[in-house]
Ligand binder design. Structure first.
Ligand code: TXA
Ligand code: MG
Length: 340
């Protein structure tokens, strides 16, 4: 299969809409990460997503819509709490899980009785959904297990030959995926932290829970509300080791581990921490947690390009967007954490 990489334009949207209507895949930008989309109502088209990504069949997809009224045919019920969150955060990086309506093929939700839906805020994503006139099922546009793509070039490197069209809408500004909130239980629960912070959600729904799997490994065989949590995720080829503790102890420990490493090593840290590592290979993730989250996945890719075998990542504060950052780091590290 030929893969075309085109800048977002009216002509590109026309071509993308035709491909989607014909049951083909299209990769497109969102404010979080690039998505690999198919018509959510076409079972055969959705199956192609799983094939192109090598995605485990038990990991459900998010359905992207452009208007609130497009939710009605997808969700069997929408309560007042969900309406509050949608009013506040849609369009934006928030995915809500509802009971699935019969019109949504089971494959979209990997057979679960629920469905995940969001309205992205990226203008190109909205234009594509509107032009196609369809709900679009889309996971991140990376092969399963790889870091999510935050540029069209990442998608091209990962999926060339497996998708006919990639729409380039520039780099993703949020850079980590949407926050996933389960609205089907009595107490809504955050299953995956992301672009909308838990603090912002709690300002509207104070009782919202955070699934323990957000910052901890899922035990073998334990039931998980979000199947995506149990797979090793967001990982570069390089081994990632998270180092946590008091800042000066962390620097000391990282310098020691780096010196002992018997393979090419690097250090992932905030801008303000780079001076702690004179003469060592550092990757500056950014000045604050938002910048660090936006840069994390491209930093992972850079490690691989530079042949880094092991990277020591400084642990950061897990408030605000820091929770999404630490969730991605810990999963990329497969929960290998050194306490300084
Ligand atoms: O920001 C995003 O959410 C991006 C862009 C493309 O929109 N999409 C994305 O999709 O990250 P994906 O497939 O990489 O991650 C979807 C997550 C997975 O952890 C999956 O298990 C969970 O959402 N999920 C989807 N449907 C679910 C459902 N019905 N019940 C529980 N978890 C669900
Ligand atoms: Mg993904």
């Amino acid at each position: 299969m030929q893969t075309e990489l085109v800048k977002a334009s009216a002509a590109a949207m026309d071509r993308a809409a035709r491909l989607l209507a014909g049951g083909e895949l299209v990769a497109f930008p969102t404010e979080t990460v690039y998505g690999l989309g198919a018509n959510a109502l076409d079972e055969a088209a959705v199956r192609k997503i799983f094939e192109a990504k090598g995605r485990p069949a038990d990991n459900p997809l998010i359905v992207h819509i452009a208007e609130r009224n497009a939710l009605e045919p997808l969700a069997a019920s929408v309560d007042a709490s969900a309406a509050k969150l949608m009013d506040a955060f849609w369009p934006g990086p928030l995915t809500l899980i509802f009971r699935r309506a019969d019109s949504v093929p089971a494959i979209v939700s990997a057979g679960l009785p629920t469905v995940a839906v969001r309205i992205p805020s990226h203008p190109d994503a909205l234009a594509l959904i509107r032009r196609a006139g369809l709900p679009i099922a889309a996971p991140s546009a990376n092969p399963s297990g790889r870091p999510s793509p935050t540029t069209a070039q990442h998608v091209y490197e990962d999926l060339v030959g497996r998708v006919p069209l990639i729409i380039d809408g520039g780099p993703c500004l949020v850079g980590v995926e949407s926050t996933v909130v389960d609205m089907t239980s009595d107490t809504p629960a955050v299953l995956r932290p992301g672009g909308v912070t838990v603090e912002a959600l709690r300002a509207l729904l104070p009782d919202i829970a955070v699934d323990p799997a957000v910052l901890a490994p899922v035990r073998e065989g334990a039931p998980t509300p979000s199947p995506g949590m149990k797979h090793r995720h967001y990982a570069p080829r390089a081994r990632i080791i998270v180092v946590e503790g008091a800042p000066d102890r962390v620097a000391e420990t990282v310098r020691m581990l780096y010196a002992r490493a018997d393979a090419p090593a690097a250090i992932l840290c905030a801008t303000g921490r780079v001076p702690c590592y004179p003469g060592l290979k550092t990757v500056d993730l950014g000045a604050d947690a938002a910048e660090m989250a936006a840069n994390l996945f491209s930093a992972f890719r850079m490690l691989d390009e530079r042949g880094i075998a092991v990277a020591f990542a400084e642990s950061t504060d897990s408030s605000g967007i820091g929770l999404a950052l630490m969730n991605r780091l810990l999963r990329a590290a497969d929960f290998e954490v050194v306490r300084a």
